[in-house]
Design a protein around this ligand. Sequence first.
Ligand SMILES: *Cc1c(COP(=O)(O)O)cnc(C)c1O
Length: 508
Amino acid sequence: MTPRNRESLIFERSVPGKVGMDLPRLDVPEAKDTRPEKLRRKGFDAMPSVSEVDVIRHFTRLSKWNYGVDDGLYPLGSCTMKHNPRLNEKTSGLPGFTDSHPMAPAEHVQGNLALIHTLQEWLKEITGLDAVTLQPSAGAAGELTGVMLIRAYHVAHGSKRRVILIPDSAHGTNPATAAMAGYEVLEIASQADGTVSFEDVTDAAGKVRKGLLTLARELGDEIAGLMITNPNTLGVFEYRIKDIAEVIHGVGGLVYMDGANMNALVGVARPGDFGVDVMHLNLHKTFSTPHGGGGPGSGPVACTKALEPFLPRPVVVRETQRVGEGQVARHTYRLDWDRPSSMGKVHTFFGNFGILVRALTYCLSHGGDGLREATLRAIVNANYIRKQLEGTYHLEYQTPTLHEVIFDDHDLAQHDIHTLDVAKGLIDRGFHPPTIYFPAIVHGALMIEPTESEGKDELDAFIDAMKDIAREAAENPEALHQAPVRAPMRRLDETTAARKPVLRWVKG
Ligand SMILES: *Cc1c(COP(=O)(O)O)cnc(C)c1O
């Protein structure tokens, strides 16, 4: 018998002949299967035979094991797991949006095109850049689109630059993107405060790692650009970003900003104003859409005028006529395919449209002032956690941080307690763990991003849980090694799960 806190697969519950509904008995002769023999599926018994109540209970039980943003604080750093306003769901479910066909002629879907155009205008204002494409379907897809824009720009200017510079604190998608776009990746060292180092840095082992100025001097016109995250993955604002951009522009390169951390900047600082040429936004992070289950997401790319000609097509263009005596403005929208320098498409149709509806709803319901306030609250929340836990957990970088804070397990190692134990201990205390072991430049990192969604009570409950774990680490480390004991699953073999995932059910 399967214990109550275990759940077998729905396939394993299958009982031949069991059904969820009755169909009336055939009152006509059974039709002959006329499909050619070779096209018929053989041995297909993958559909479970279960009743309606079996299905409902199975999925309801599984859903109760899950932990989502609707359960409580979800401090997964860099992922911006904020509350998803239900209004977004209401608007994105309007039949006018859900029932329109992506191949409908422009004159039939003026409302949809207006929505795309309006969201682009908001994102231009928020980023301080000149043009936006909404096609990319996630942050990483936006990165690739952005770096391909850089490449198209250099190719159009006849230069064969081969290198992209990336700070060592970067998210793994950055070097992966640059490599996919055909570039060689060179790492820039970070200095003691966690920001990009202009000078060379000698590490503890005596190895010299190159700073920005050395790389710029040595490589010069081989540099296609820089990919930088700001605030960086330590939550620290790259306060010399203008100087960094100047160095890169000085050798003819372009600056790409990974905008995954825009929840720390929206309404406060605009990348276009501090030297960024092209960047992506994660609508599913900063602009609130449910995420974490693998999609759909949206990673719009914003860029300067110089890069605009290379953007994916079609581009939604607005035309304004003045009509009637009052000369009232009437807008019409059309699709501009006639863009000879365009890189082509990076997604079918217009990207993940439902996410765009949610993002615009988020913008309009906050208003400009509300977006700014959300940013400030996200920063205050992260700094409240930082102040409360500063004496309890080790902080490798003392530099002030914005919307997230990165502690580590340095002080717990004496009890043989490590970051993973803290994460598992949080599960027993009713919280989702933070991001762990990232960024790689902090050994045993615990990266906490509470977002603006949390009130003081929830933050205090989390802080108490973290303090309780530190106490248990000192007093009874063996108990913490056992965690989680209250979850349906204990410690999993995560390495094997990642390296040899079992993705198909095979009938036993
Ligand atoms: C989330 C994230 C990405 C990738 O975004 P996806 O939408 O998951 O593809 C890139 N960089 C940073 C810093 C991120 O946090």
